[in-house]
Design a protein around this ligand. Structure first.
Ligand code: DGY
Length: 321
């Protein structure tokens, strides 16, 4: 019996690749940059399974170009690149990779929080430029964490993991998430109160129509002029133009961004000229163990879909109703 044909929009780490090769006949996009729309439309045409990354927009047209498609497996927890409604309407299960990247992403949120609060990037540049002449009482003074307040917007798995880390830094923690009524380690508050009172604001919401540009000129205007904003969720949750103006004119102290709009951020983006903005290239889940586990989960979702089994992590379980 021939193995089912699948398209992988990139090679995935070995743990997942092994399972894909054992169970499927894969075509793998061989380049670092994502396939173009035309390439994607062509590649899915005769495939029963599609394994995508968050860089690949998968919409109704792509699904309709693949009449044999029985499963879409996204190698990410976020699925904003996929029209899940269109998949559900076609009874195609969509898989994602929750859980395994919680700690790595929470670690990155803290890395960015500390980097932004303590001017790590300008400090490294200062040393590299040979400007370090002596110990200086006034040099690159940053923000303290202990006793200050961290506001977490979106209190799911990753938001809660950030809260646990905050306890180790003696931060008070408040959160905004209408879906989580209470927590033993953080106080639920309105978004307005969080923005007004938090010294550090960390974003952990999925990108949806409701969260698009949730952080905009108005919300930045509510924040303290000493506040630090951290985004490890999706770039479009923050209006970058408004953020640029807030950082440039000292309306907030600093920002740490793992995600941008668009990705990659253009090298001439004005954000990159600001000393108080740390930008890294969407590395939240980029640890070896995590990426292997994501690949494995994505492969397991793919294979389950091909075998008409329930996906281990399915974002549209209503397809099974
Ligand atoms: C995800 O899985 O959605 C993350 O953004 C990847 O780091």
């Amino acid at each position: 019996m021939p193995k089912p044909r699948v398209f992988l929009t990139r090679e995935i780490p070995e743990a997942g690749m092994r399972l894909v090769r054992d169970s499927c006949d894969p075509e793998i996009w061989p380049h670092e940059v994502p396939p173009s729309r035309e390439d994607l439309l062509r590649a899915v045409r005769n495939k029963a399974g599609l394994l995508s990354l968050l860089t690949d927009p998968i919409d109704a047209e792509i699904m309709d170009a693949a009449p044999d498609l029985t499963v879409i497996s996204n190698c990410a927890v976020g699925v904003d690149n996929i029209d899940v409604g269109a998949a559900t309407a076609r009874r195609i299960p969509v898989g994602n990779t929750p859980g395994v990247l919680t700690d790595a992403t929470a670690d990155m949120a803290f890395a960015l929080l500390l980097a932004a609060a303590r001017h790590i990037v300008p400090a490294v540049e200062y040393v590299r430029a040979g400007k370090w002449k002596t110990w200086n009482l006034q040099l690159l003074l940053g923000a303290d964490l202990a006793g200050r307040t961290l506001g977490i917007v979106g209190f799911g798995r990753i938001g809660q993991a950030v809260a646990r880390r905050a306890q180790g830094f003696a931060l008070q923690v408040m959160y905004h998430d209408p879906g989580v009524a209470e927590s033993p380690i953080a106080i639920p508050v309105t978004l307005e109160r969080l923005l007004k009172e938090a010294d550090f604001v960390s974003l952990h919401v999925p990108l949806t129509a409701d969260t698009l540009h949730l952080i905009n000129e108005q919300s930045l205007g509510l924040m303290k002029s000493t506040a630090v904003l951290v985004n490890t969720s999706r770039g479009a949750v923050v209006d970058h133009q408004a953020l640029y103006h807030a950082l440039k004119h000292g309306r907030i102290l600093a920002a740490g961004l793992d995600v941008t709009e668009p990705e990659p951020l253009a090298v001439d983006s004005p954000l990159l000229n600001l000393p108080n903005c740390v930008v890294v290239p969407h590395l939240g889940s980029a640890s070896r163990w995590t990426r292997n586990q994501m690949a494995l989960l994505a492969a397991q979702n793919l294979v389950a879909g091909l075998e008409k089994r329930r996906l281990p992590n399915c974002v549209n379980p209503e397809v099974y109703d």
